[in-house]
Design a protein around this ligand. Structure first.
Ligand code: PEP
Length: 252
């Protein structure tokens, strides 16, 4: 299975940034042995789709409503993201869980809406620092998975320790391996064979300098990258640090 390197631009980026960042990504993506995805703000999805047309860079949103069209001022339906060119959507990011009070049940409803609209969800889970220090990391993540993933889930999980997001700090490789193996076990227990093939991304302060080590950890199937995805060279350096596999050789 090819690694997925996904960029979460968060609330950053104007048209000038889009042009500057996507041109080198579009030029390089076809030669990479991993999959490349960018998730810019919703305002940039349609122009990004035009600029990326014919390239191997995929496009995603950063959130969607659990609801379809209607009287929901300020919300974006999953179908609208799809209409603008997105094929992926990040859901349950720790910033949305913390700043918008998103519960596991709310994330699960959004996953269902995303899948119904033809978007592949990337569902984020991760423990707070106090929970890790208390030895609760795996239990917290397992609980989030159980609550956030609906039956029939067909997407990607991103393990993002909350204390590592945007801080420059990362867990040790042994801790990443332990949590990713626990996530894999939970996915297989719940979804059987399908759970074996689901990619599990690591996210939290992935940079060119630590990407090779993090991406080599067993069961790490790629990275969800925040800050470093706003610099095309850094983002490509991370992508080149991922295990490289041709499309033909990617397996199931
Ligand atoms: C993120 O926002 O998902 C993230 C991992 O951010 P950063 O890479 O900046 O830590």
């Amino acid at each position: 299975m090819r690694s997925l390197i996904a960029g979460n631009w968060k609330m950053n980026g104007r048209m000038a940034d889009l042009r500057r960042i996507v041109a080198p990504l579009g030029a390089a993506a076809g030669q990479l042995g991993c999959d490349l995805l960018i998730c810019p703000p919703a305002t940039l999805l349609a122009p990004a789709a035009r600029l990326l047309d014919g390239t191997a860079v995929a496009l995603g949103g950063q959130d969607c409503s659990a609801l379809a069209d209607g009287a929901h001022t300020g919300e974006l339906a999953a179908g609208m993201l799809h209409d603008a060119g997105a094929r992926w959507v990040i859901l349950g990011h720790s910033e949305r869980r913390a700043n918008h009070g998103e519960s596991d049940a709310a994330v699960r409803a959004k996953v269902l809406a995303a899948q119904a609209a033809g978007l592949a969800p990337i569902v984020c889970v991760g423990e707070h620092e106090a929970q890790r220090l208390d030895g609760q990391a795996v239990a917290v993540v397992s609980g989030q998975l159980a609550g956030s993933l609906p039956d029939g889930f067909a997407g990607v999980v991103a393990y993002e320790p909350v204390w590592a997001v945007g801080t420059g700090r990362t867990p040790g490789e042994a801790d990443v391996a332990q949590t990713h193996m626990a996530i894999r076990a939970a996915l297989v227990a719940r979804f059987g064979t399908a759970g074996r093939g689901m990619r599990i991304l690591y996210g939290g302060s992935v940079k060119p300098c630590n990407a090779a080590a993090l991406l080599a950890v067993p069961e790490v199937g790629g990275a969800l990258v925040g800050g470093a995805s706003l610099d095309a060279e850094d983002f490509l350096a991370i992508a080149r640090a991922a295990p490289q596999l041709s499309k033909a050789g990617q397996g199931g």
